[in-house]
Design a protein around this ligand. Structure first.
Ligand SMILES: Nc1ncnc2c1ncn2[C@@H]1O[C@H](COP(=O)(O)OP(=O)(O)O)[C@@H](O)[C@H]1O
Ligand SMILES: O=P(O)(O)OC[C@H]1O[C@](O)(COP(=O)(O)O)[C@@H](O)[C@@H]1O
Length: 309
């Protein structure tokens, strides 16, 4: 079974404005709200791709209830630890540019955390856990390492989609997949990356450090997958960008959905890119039909790396 872990779920409140005036009263043109948080988005996209998963993490208050009810309506299994304070609200402003304000999240007590660890300890070597997104500020920076070490003890395969120190610290623990975007990858290595070709050596470095597969997304400029055997560069489909919120999460879901069925890395990567773009071209997350429509537009170039193959 596939499990997703969202330590900091959110209600994503997306407002559209013709123009955003800082320091003035703004009125919206349209608005929508969705449950969010990276693991939750992965579960939602998996469901749209006909793959079942269980969503784990912490939820609380009226926002937590909203998130859980929304997931249940989509027939997604949930097993959240209930916390005292409200789950956070993340604001996404869509004007000429996209501006995001992600909140820090509710207080998580030691008892809450212990309850979550007990749930993760029940996963087995037949399971896959996707750990995705930021952690509430009350949890220690070592949270992902602690949870991953439980997975390692039980032989549970794990995927990590996080940034900064959270990501850096789990790479040596050999995640099956990590998916930084090019900004997050650049931040890890204290550099600025702008093209697929530039990204490959840094992807290789992460493989050397322990990751098994690294997908780096570069929004509209393409995507790269690096593993011990090969590097691949994918083109992205052309279309009108509606909202890129959840595009990265859709890539993770698309990859897992195809890889778990076929064990074919290249096909999983191609589908993953189509899923990312299908979400970027939609308000909200992609549908299976949209992903399949875009799939023929994704071309994959294999890069033979000197010293390997
Ligand atoms: N402007 C765009 N045109 C086409 N595809 C896009 C665009 N922006 C995002 N995508 C798709 O979404 C994926 C993830 O986008 P990106 O913004 O890099 O990730 P994240 O959401 O993690 O920051 C890309 O690999 C691509 O498939
Ligand atoms: O946990 P973080 O890093 O604050 O991110 C949470 C946000 O990420 C999202 O899951 C979207 O992620 P991506 O755009 O990176 O795919 C939103 O739904 C949510 O508001």
């Amino acid at each position: 079974m596939i499990y997703t872990l969202t330590l900091n779920p959110s209600l994503d409140y997306i407002v559209e404005l013709d123009k955003f005036h800082v320091g003035e009263l703004n009125r919206t043109r349209a608005e929508s709200k969705f449950p969010g948080g990276k693991g939750i988005n992965v579960s939602q996209v998996l469901k749209r791709l006909d793959v079942d998963s269980h969503a784990l993490g912490f939820t609380g208050g009226f926002t937590g209830n909203y998130i859980e009810e929304f997931l249940h309506q989509q027939q997604i299994h949930t097993d959240f630890v209930s916390v005292q304070e409200d789950s956070r609200i993340n604001v996404k402003l869509r004007a000429a540019e996209e501006t995001e304000v992600n909140s820090s999240g509710p207080t998580i007590t030691n008892t809450d955390f212990e309850q979550l660890k007990n749930k993760i300890a029940k996963l087995t070597s037949d399971d896959l856990l996707v750990l995705a997104g930021s952690i509430p500020t009350t949890l220690p920076a070592s949270t992902y390492e602690e949870l991953v070490s439980i997975c390692i003890q039980n032989g549970t395969k794990f995927v990590v989609d996080a940034e900064g120190d959270l990501l850096r610290k789990v790479v040596p623990l050999k995640p099956f997949l990590i998916k930084p975007n090019h900004h997050e990858l650049g931040d890890l290595f204290n550099t600025k990356l702008t093209s697929c070709e530039e990204v490959i050596p840094y992807g290789e470095e992460l493989i050397g450090m322990g990751a098994q597969n690294v997908i780096v997304s570069l929004a509209g400029k393409g995507a790269v997958l690096v593993n011990q055997h090969m590097a691949y560069i994918a083109s992205v489909p052309k279309g009108e960008l509606k909202s890129s919120v959840g595009a990265g999460d859709s890539m993770v879901a698309g990859f897992i959905a195809v890889y778990e069925k076929t064990k074919n890395i290249e096909e999983a990567f191609r589908f993953s890119v189509a899923a990312g773009s299908a979400t970027a071209f939609s308000m909200g997350l992609c549908t299976k039909e949209k992903v399949e429509e875009l799939l023929p537009q994704v071309t994959i170039e294999r890069k033979i790396i000197k010293g390997r193959n």
